[in-house]
Design a protein around this ligand. Structure first.
Ligand code: NCD
Ligand code: ZN
Length: 343
């Protein structure tokens, strides 16, 4: 197949930052996606509806004039989030979920939850008001190996949350293991997961063999090949519980290429193209539209997009860097070529 046309996709997990970085990255997403779930891990975090609306305005102002891109906002769940905050969020047409970061799990998660049990009254309210809970599913206990953090989170915490709140709508974000795939498959329909392009494209050898590749470092960390295979099978299965979430997470080059580099891969410049290549290689291009354009909207109870996006089989070169003021961001697969191109 040399051309595909799909319903315009949405990105159900992205970091677009603020200020100059936002201005640098947002057009890449707006060119490919109609909507995106905007992660709230700014510093300080987005914790209230009024902050989310202010952030949404900043995003809208950073967009190219002709863009009809719609940012879908989320709030950051903290130890001080109140039941009233949940009610306000549920009433806002622009807020679509709460993001739970275990404290210390990832970039800007220092305001995250210190003890999951403390959030139970909030989860109760979210369940009642049918507002989704988006989870960074990793434990941060120092005795747990970084490659096991997701698996242990599922065993120790997610199972309990689902038992206690059986109607709560949950997205386990950026899953990375066969255990997570299996877990999601065996849960009710309103428990779903997003999958990133980097976890579908790379295993930990690509990240660590022949020299460390800081631009492949993200959290949850990239795992063994057996896990990548399980993720590809899930994404291309046509099961609506698995949908697109790039987790595109831009950091300036010098913050990644450092003795203590930041976690996050920037993939917005070629996100849908990467997924097209992955699905094509798996012999499952016909399953791309469901994963990229239908299942996420269905989960969030939003209408599917009515416009379309076309891609052609044509090589193009990914730049070695994108400038951002006097700095630069290194895109995923910098300097290599993409085999699909958006029209
Ligand atoms: C994200 C970021 O940089 O904001 N980083 C990452 O490695 N994925 C945060 C996150 O989603 O964990
Ligand atoms: Zn993320």
């Amino acid at each position: 197949m040399n051309k595909i046309t799909i319903t315009t996709p949405d990105d159900w997990h992205i970091h677009v930052r603020s200020g100059q970085l936002l201005k640098t990255v947002i057009s890449h997403t707006a060119k490919r996606f109609k909507r995106a779930i905007i992660m709230p891990n700014l510093n300080p975090p987005v914790t209230t509806v009024s902050q989310a609306l202010q952030y949404r305005d900043e995003i809208l102002h950073a967009l190219p004039k002709t863009s009809d891109f719609n940012p879908l906002m989320t709030l950051y769940l903290t130890d001080t989030t109140s039941v009233k905050d949940i009610h306000e969020a549920a009433e806002s047409e622009h807020v679509h979920g709460f993001k739970l970061y275990p404290s210390g799990a990832t970039t800007n998660s220092q305001s995250g939850i210190s003890q999951l049990e403390k959030t139970y009254p909030l989860l109760e309210t979210m369940q009642k008001l049918a507002i989704p809970l988006l989870i960074h599913g990793e434990v941060t206990d120092s005795d747990i190996d970084i490659f096991d953090r997701e698996k242990v989170f599922i065993e120790r915490h997610l199972t309990t949350i689902i038992q206690k709140f059986p109607a709560l709508r949950i997205v386990l974000e950026h899953i990375t293991t066969k255990e997570a795939v299996h877990f999601i498959q065996t849960q009710p329909q309103h428990v779903a997961a997003t999958i990133t392009p980097q976890h579908l494209m790379f295993n930990r050898n690509a990240f660590l063999v022949g020299g460390i590749k800081p631009h492949h470092y993200c959290l949850p960390i990239i795992k063994r090949e057996i896990h990548r295979q399980a993720l590809i099978a899930a994404a291309t299965s046509g099961n609506p519980k698995f949908f697109l979430g790039t987790d595109s997470a831009p950091h300036l080059k010098h913050h990644k290429e450092s003795s203590c580099g930041c976690a996050g891969c920037f993939s917005a410049h070629a996100a849908i193209e990467f997924y097209a290549e992955i699905f094509e290689r798996a012999g499952a291009l016909s399953k791309l539209e469901g994963f990229a354009s239908h299942y996420g909207a269905d989960f969030y109870q939003l209408p599917r997009n009515t416009s379309t996006l076309s891609l052609v089989k044509e090589n193009w070169d990914i730049p070695s860097a994108y400038p951002s003021d006097e700095h630069e961001i290194i895109p995923l697969n910098a300097g290599q070529h993409c085999t699909w191109k958006i029209i």
